[in-house]
Design a protein around this ligand. Structure first.
Ligand SMILES: C[S@@+](CC[C@H](N)C(=O)[O-])C[C@H]1O[C@@H](n2cnc3c(N)ncnc32)[C@H](O)[C@@H]1O
Length: 410
């Protein structure tokens, strides 16, 4: 008999009776998708793995602690037969056939009336991959195709633009600290779908080179601002491009809401009636110390970390930072935008009681090829920064965690 390909279909199982025979590894792997589909799942098996048992305890499935019995499949819409008893599997599959219940068999794909595809999801789409014919089935190959498609959609290397639901408006995307691998999956996908990208100097600039030629990339630092403030000019550029019906990505370094003026941009867009979505990013305040081997907290060493901006000196009237209180904290202090003012900051902390021997590390251009770390103490940091020519962007870490090393040193 000629072998025809399987007919792909999506079963809508919400509230429908589904029987799973067996409570072992196969059932454990398949159950989450059946539960997610809203099926009324009945597992029939004398034994079950701890995970299957946990699903029963959580009332996600009903577990019947016994072996298969004739009649178990009579009212099922769909069945998965996966016991280690071939004879029981064969009897159950005959019952499924007689009752016209579509049935998957883990032990014999040829004898099954349905096959489970390799599946994965990305942004509202399920990708399901099936081998065309039972003969020569290669589950690893189908899984690899699934992975390639899903990962490609997630990271934007496989571009499948939305048509009906194409997002216009602006996405404020946190791009992470600089390494192009440290942007979120969502951020990368939005970038791949953008018509216009307005990018900061900080962040994953390498990703811009990968964008297709039709994408307009605008350097935020170069937007002319005439009588406006630079930020206002950026807001206007976002509004202008979005009003032309384009998908605009505002690519920012780190996280948009950590010293990133993200809320100002969001407010300007809201005022202009432009839809805006915010995609969080990995902030340099945690990731850059981490990339240089510094944990911002460590058991027994620091139970808190505080992130502050050092862009204005402690004695500047515009400063909103209470440096005297910070000097009294025992945890880690992370200073962003503080290279120029580190001398004044160190002096102020020491004047308010912090030990001059407190370790300090400056991590410049963290997570990029140019990353470098310079160590000092509060007493020496100003001279060290000058001597070593530390330049922005750098994250400054102050506290005992700086001395914590992989060999157990504290
Ligand atoms: C305007 S703030 C933006 C912070 C960003 N929104 C975040 O969450 O990381 C810029 C400051 O972040 C720090 N910074 C950002 N990326 C950095 C990197 N790759 N290496 C070192 N410092 C970085 C520097 O202190 C820099 O002056």
């Amino acid at each position: 008999m000629a072998e025809h390909p399987a007919y792909p279909v999506g079963l809508r199982l919400t509230g429908r009776h589904v029987v799973v025979l067996g409570g072992g590894q196969v059932a454990q792997r398949r159950l989450p998708a059946l539960i997610a589909a809203g099926a009324d799942v009945h597992v029939i098996s004398p034994e079950a793995t701890p995970s299957v048992e946990a699903m029963a305890d959580a009332k996600e499935i009903t577990w019947h602690r016994r072996g298969y019995a004739e009649g178990d499949l009579a009212t099922a819409w769909y069945a998965l037969i996966a016991t280690s008893d071939t004879e029981a599997n064969t009897r159950a599959s005959a019952e499924a056939e007689a009752n016209r219940v579509w049935c998957v068999r883990s032990d014999d794909a040829d004898a099954a009336t349905a096959w489970t595809p390799a599946t994965g999801s990305s942004e509202g789409v399920t990708v399901a991959v099936l081998t065309t014919k039972a003969r020569g089935r290669d589950p690893r190959h189908t899984a690899a195709i699934r992975d390639a498609v899903v990962e490609g959609l997630r990271d934007g290397t496989l571009v499948a633009p939305h048509h009906r639901t194409r997002t216009t408006g602006v996405a404020l995307v946190g791009g992470g600290p600089g390494d192009p691998d440290l942007i979120t999956v969502r951020g990368r996908r939005l970038l791949a779908e953008a018509d216009v990208v307005i990018a900061d100097r900080l962040g994953p600039r390498d990703l811009l080179a990968e964008l297709p030629p039709h994408v307009q990339v605008i350097d935020a630092a170069k937007i002319p601002y005439g009588r406006f403030m630079a930020q206002e000019a950026i807001n206007n550029a976002l509004i202008e491009h979005a009003r032309q019906g384009k998908s605009v990505v505002r690519l920012k370094g780190g996280d948009p809401y950590v010293f990133g003026r993200g809320m100002e941009e969001l407010q300007a867009l809201a005022e202009a009636g432009i839809p805006c979505t915010v995609v969080p990013g990995i902030s340099s305040s945690i990731s850059v110390p981490g990339a240089a081997g510094i944990p911002v907290t460590h058991r027994g060493v620091a139970h808190e970390f505080t992130v502050v901006s050092g862009h204005v000196a402690p004695d500047d009237e515009r400063s909103l930072v209470d440096w005297a209180s910070l000097a009294k904290l025992t945890g880690t202090l992370v200073v962003l935008m503080g290279v120029d003012k580190i001398g004044r900051i160190a002096e102020t902390l020491v004047a308010h009681g912090k030990s001059p021997d407190t370790p300090v590390a400056l991590v410049q251009e963290g997570t990029t090829a140019a990353q470098r770390r310079v160590d000092a103490t509060l007493a020496t940091v100003a001279a060290t920064v000058a001597a070593q020519e530390v330049k922005p962007p750098a994250v400054i870490v102050i506290g005992a965690v700086v001395a914590v090393g992989p060999d157990g040193t504290v």
